[in-house]
Design a binder for this molecule. Structure first.
Ligand code: NAD
Ligand code: DAU
Length: 358
């Protein structure tokens, strides 16, 4: 495989995947296609933008004609599809945008690939990046002590039961990818991953938002009681899994990717406060007063927990970054990249955030 189209490469996870592929595979041409929405930022890729095997195309995945042109122009053989609207809170306010980008955009990309490949599937692959949120929510039936906080886990065989407009739109896109495999024989793969964290994550998501707010001594809005549980994975571990699955995953199959790392939101908030305060040389507990309990997210899923045993057993993948160390790395990155943070927290994002917490 030579010409790889990565969609959403200017976003959080996409930028880590583009960087990994550009550096690791000089023999590939990596084409990053991104519409540069509020979440896309080419500053995430400064270190690879001049690489000879890298090209950027600004385009919308809903623009079918343009997609068809790009497939021809770069003679694309492989697709790694990450472009999406990705924030649950935004999907609650504006579900149409999520259906458009995540469902119609994915369908447009599939159809452009099908037309270009013309039924000759040799050496071709459409790899779709999805989320564990499509599986719905798990019980919190072991709430005391340490993780795991429940007896059940999301497995590849778990039935889809999405609750938010975001997860419903991702479920729809997953179904279309599998339909293209089953109906036309397109070589396709889907992976469903848990919550990612790390550098370059847009500060509307829990971890970067709270790091930013602790630094600036702003309130930390915890939804509900902070008892919800998520399974966290360092973004570079996800990028490594994507690389492995792109090259060695069984075509037509699904893999769950997760950190074996469940945390209650409130415990993460305390960890973030401790870490930021220590690195800023503030006294211990200085930012505890910023904790603010706010109205719960509508339809807030209680617990996510991925069973990634299949990926471990079949392809030998393991998460490598221990959570407290990953959080320390992440906090240091945000402290050292204040300019990046200030740039992305202006404009559209500032308006959205002010409206949300007015
Ligand atoms: P992100 O919001 O940081 O980035 C999304 C990127 O897609 C941005 O660069 C944006 O400009 C681009 N984009 C949006 N609409 C587009 C359109 N119409 N055409 C072209 N580009 C468009 O998202 P992320 O957190 O990096 O997530 C990437 C993918 O991984 C998504 O598909 C998401 O559902 C999935 N995922 C994310 C997580 C997570 O924890 N962040 C976990 C599992 C799966
Ligand atoms: O599970 C994978 C998913 O993880 C991805 O598919 C999504 O793209 C990604 O955004 C993420 O979704 P979450 O909704 O779990 O992530 P978020 O960072 O928005 O929220 C994490 C938890 O923190 C969740 O229980 C809601 C809570 N939260 C979040 C924010 C932004 C708060 O309590 N306060 C907040 O201000």
């Amino acid at each position: 495989m030579k010409n790889v189209l990565i969609t959403g490469g200017a976003g959080f996870i996409g930028s880590h995947v583009v960087r990994l592929f550009v550096n690791k595979y000089p023999e590939y041409r990596i084409v990053n296609l991104d519409a540069l929405t509020y979440a896309g930022n080419l500053a995430n890729l400064r270190d690879v933008e001049d690489a000879p095997n890298y090209s950027f195309v600004k385009a919308d995945i809903c623009d079918f004609e343009t997609l068809c042109r790009i497939f021809v122009q770069y003679d694309i053989d492989g697709v790694i599809h990450l472009a999406a609207e990705s924030h649950v809170d935004r999907s609650i306010k504006d579900p149409f945008t999520f259906a458009r980008t995540n469902v119609m955009g994915t369908l447009s990309l599939l159809e452009a690939a099908r037309r270009h490949w013309g039924g000759d599937w040799e050496g071709k692959l459409f790899y779709h990046i999805s989320t564990d949120e499509v599986y719905g929510a798990l019980e919190l039936d072991q709430p005391e002590g340490c993780a795991p906080y429940g007896s059940d886990f999301f497995r590849e065989s778990t039935k889809y039961a999405p609750h938010s407009p975001y997860s419903a739109s991702k479920a729809g896109s997953d179904h279309f990818v599998r339909a293209y495999h089953d109906t036309y024989g397109m070589p396709a793969l889907v992976t469903n991953c848990s919550n990612n964290y790390g550098p370059y994550q847009f500060p509307e998501k829990l971890i970067p938002l709270f790091i930013n707010n602790i630094c600036k001594s702003k309130p930390l809005p915890i939804y509900g009681k902070g008892e919800n549980v998520r399974d966290w994975l360092y973004v570079e571990d996800h990028a490594r899994a994507i690389d492995l699955i792109f090259h060695r995953g069984r075509v037509g199959d699904t893999y769950n990717i997760g950190g074996f790392n469940e945390w209650k939101n409130i415990d993460i908030v305390h960890l973030l406060i401790r870490t930021v305060d220590r690195l800023l040389h503030r006294p211990e507990g200085a930012s505890d007063h910023l904790i603010t309990y706010v109205t719960d997210r509508a339809g807030h899923d209680l617990r996510y927990a991925i069973d990634a045993t299949k990926l471990r057993n079949e392809l030998g993948w393991e998460p490598t970054v221990q959570f407290e160390l990953g959080i320390e790395k992440t906090v240091r990155w945000y402290l050292e990249n204040q300019e990046w943070l200030d740039t992305v927290t202006s404009g559209d994002y500032r308006r959205y955030y002010e409206e949300m917490y007015r």
